[in-house]
Each structure stands twice: as structure tokens, then as C-alpha cells.
Design a protein around this ligand. Sequence first.
Ligand SMILES: C[S@@+](CC[C@H](N)C(=O)[O-])C[C@H]1O[C@@H](n2cnc3c(N)ncnc32)[C@H](O)[C@@H]1O
Length: 173
Amino acid sequence: MAGLPQIMRANRAFLRRAVRFLVDSGIRQFLDIGSGIPTAGNVHSVAQRRPTSGARSLPGGVRRQRPVAVAHSRALLEADPTTAVLEADLRRPEDVLGHPELSALLDLDQPIAVLMVAVLHFVPAVDQPRELIAQYRDAVPAGSYLAISHATRDGQPELAAEHQTLYRRTAIR
Ligand SMILES: C[S@@+](CC[C@H](N)C(=O)[O-])C[C@H]1O[C@@H](n2cnc3c(N)ncnc32)[C@H](O)[C@@H]1O
């Protein structure tokens, strides 16, 4: 589909820049919601490559409907005690934030970067994304960050409409 590969590359480049910025700003904990399967330049590898890092990251929120994605992510990360894969739906913040794997890895009393990179497209208005984001914000202490990337119709509305149709059809919603 026209433009999609460039958009995906730009999105991944944003993710890497954001993680580098966050580590350089003192963040050591990441809650990566809607992480997808770990691949090159993922949150934990970018963070750990920063000289001052020691980062722990939780690529959480891989959805229940994709057990294969969860299993594959776990297999890729199982040797790394600084990461964990959490299977939950971001539309249920209480399930994500109260998950035992989250509390085993992340300290919610210390600043955390919550990443919602290219995932809010899958949360329709009826699920009240603004309120959901507020619940994550309220669960983390001062000094935390929220990083979001999200498509816009600005610039190329026709292309955006095509992509919207594709996203509505996709199995990962
Ligand atoms: C387009 S991918 C983005 C992956 C990665 N964040 C990136 O930017 O490369 C969207 C991801 O969000 C996940 N996702 C979609 N809806 C979700 C939901 N309600 N809860 C948790 N994850 C969800 C999908 O399974 C998929 O892994």
C-alpha cells in the first residue's frame, strides 16, 4: 500500500529517538504498550545500548488474540531478565497495571516511560482512548513520560483514508 513502508520506518525511527531521549533524560523503566514482536531496534535493545542505561523494559500489551505473537516475543526475550512480555489488553488498564509480571519488573513509585507507539489506532472512540491514557498517567509518578505516535489525516487525507480501511480490517485490532 502506497506510503505504508515509509510510514512504518519513520515510526520505528521515532521510537528509537524517543527511547534514546528518555534514557538520556534519566528514565530507566519502560512500559511499551502494544509493542509488537521484538525486532531490530526495539525498546529494550535501544535503551540498553545507551551508556548510562541499566534499563528495564516491559513490552506489554501484546493482545490476547495473538498468542503466537506473545509466545514468539517471550521466546526472543526469555534470556533477558530485564524484560518481560505481558499479555493484556490496553483497554483494561487495571489488567495491565495490576499484572503480577509488571510489579515483578517495574517499580510504579519510580518514573516510567509509557510508550503507546502506533497502537492507539486500534482503540476506537467508543473505548474512550483519552480516559484510558489518563488512567495510565494517573498510575505513574511525577517525572514519568508518555510517548505517543499516531497517524494524522493532515497532508495526505486520501492516503490516510486508504490506511484507515486497512487498519479496520486487520486482525490485530
Ligand atoms: C502497528 S503495531 C505497533 C508496534 C510497535 N509499537 C511499533 O511501533 O512498531 C500495533 C500493536 O498494538 C497491539 N495492539 C492492538 N490493539 C491492542 C490492545 N487493545 N491492547 C494491547 N495491544 C494492542 C497489536 O497487537 C500490535 O502489536
